[in-house]
Design a protein. Structure first.
Length: 424
């Protein structure tokens, strides 16, 4: 008789043993599926954290122009970037703030010729560290965005706005240091800088209230010539992506020295707990696999000892030993396959609860960077995918194969005469 057919008859004849094997396999497959779902969820949440929080790389170098910053910003590692071009300018139409402390020597420079405002040309004001970490914030309107490139818009500080009665939509003009070029600016936002006014006399353009944020091209139109950026900030997805960006910066800037700083504290604070959960899920998968092999191997070994008479009769009838091992393998594997289907239903519920417990307690991104979009407070949805079921089925069949082949070594040592003699 074909050993596969004998395996089916044996499963039907020993329904209680079959039910026990099915129950064990359902538990093993459910835990395996839950581990894979948890690994996938941690990977998705880590990727979401990388896109939302990211890692800030600050680059300062001689010869770093807006054009070079744009080329670095187009690198595949970069999600957002912000070049900053600084210029001291004069103003027309509003009155700049003055230091509340008398000027040393009692002298007073001509306000018509001295710089009175500090222009910060930016592409994305949200990437400026004071805005990113919450020491500065927008109280009215909005910040500067990449869509503002080429526009005459500005974000003014609250103290300057209050002195001149400025509101969103008002306009004024800024002049180049030599007074030959003029740019008309429209207020699109009002910010609040936490820096207090200096206790010593300070030139107007160095007062925190006289700092304006405008698009980079607005500063370029006022600049008398090509100017280097004060710095450029690039937001990448993970610390590992900093090295390719550093290599690209080295290629564009040449062999000269430059300052390349990676700020990944917020990223690590958010991602490390997620990574620990993923590592834990991987360890659980290994433990479940090893435990499954040991438990099923012990059960199969006991079954072989209980069925010595049956095995002896089959060997006496001329059945090959490898077919007897194959019969036990088929019996275990036939139970493993339906267990995967049951685990697909049970694993979704159990894995979601485990994910809520392990991933749902992460620190919100807003506590790390107040102006960042909020990460989900709950754990990501556990989705059963065909690839996960395939992995579980493969491991289940592997467990059934190993758990029968190892005890099956004992079958190779059996001799029908000795078995039948012992039974008598």
């Amino acid at each position: 008789m074909n050993f596969v057919k004998r395996a089916g008859m044996s499963l039907r004849a020993r329904r209680a043993r079959t039910a026990v094997l099915l129950g064990i396999f359902v538990v093993i497959c459910t835990l395996l599926l839950g581990g894979f779902l948890l690994q996938g969820a941690t990977a998705r949440q880590e990727a979401d954290a990388g896109r939302t929080i990211g890692v800030d790389v600050t680059l300062k170098a001689k010869g770093l122009t807006p054009a070079l910053a744009d080329r670095l910003g187009s690198s595949p590692q970069v999600h957002r970037y912000n070049p900053r071009l600084a210029l001291d300018a004069r103003v027309r139409g509003i009155e700049p703030l003055e230091s509340g402390v008398p000027r040393p020597g009692g002298e007073r420079a001509d306000a018509r010729t001295r710089p009175s405002l500090a222009l910060n040309g930016v592409r994305d004001s949200g990437l400026l560290l004071p805005f990113s970490y919450g020491s500065n914030k927008i109280t009215s309107g909005r910040g500067i965005t990449p869509e503002d490139a080429g526009r005459g818009v500005a974000v003014v500080e609250r103290r300057l706005a209050e002195k001149n009665g400025l509101e969103v939509g008002d306009t004024f003009r800024v002049l180049s240091p030599d007074g030959k070029r003029t740019v008309r600016l429209t207020v699109v936002g009002i910010s609040q800088d936490s820096t207090p006014d200096p206790s010593r006399w300070t030139p107007p353009h160095q007062l925190p209230g006289n700092a304006l944020h405008v698009p980079v091209r607005a500063v370029q139109r006022l600049s008398p010539g090509a100017a280097d950026l004060a710095e450029a900030v690039f937001r990448i997805g993970s610390p590992e992506e900093a090295e390719p960006l550093h290599a690209e910066a080295r290629r564009l800037l040449g062999t000269g020295s430059f300052d390349f700083r990676v700020n990944d504290k917020a990223y690590k604070d958010q991602v490390r707990p997620i990574q620990r959960v993923g590592t834990f899920a991987g360890l659980v998968l290994w433990l479940i696999t090893v435990a499954g092999v040991l438990i099923l191997g012990l059960i199969v070994m006991l079954q072989i000892r209980e069925r010595r008479d049956e095995l002896g009769m089959l060997l006496a009838l001329g059945e090959k030993k490898w077919k007897l091992i194959g019969q036990h393998t088929v019996e275990v594997a036939a139970v493993a396959l339906p267990a995967v289907a049951v685990a697909a239903l049970a694993g979704q519920v159990t894995a979601q609860r485990a994910g809520d417990a392990l991933l749902g307690r992460q620190e919100p991104a807003a506590s790390l960077r107040p102006n960042l979009p909020e990460l989900p407070a709950h754990s990501p949805e556990m989705r059963v995918q065909a690839s996960d079921l395939g992995k579980v089925a493969g491991i289940g069949l592997g467990i059934s194969l190993v758990s029968t082949l190892v005890p099956g070594i004992g079958i190779l040592r059996l001799h029908p005469r000795s078995i039948l003699t012992d039974s008598e």
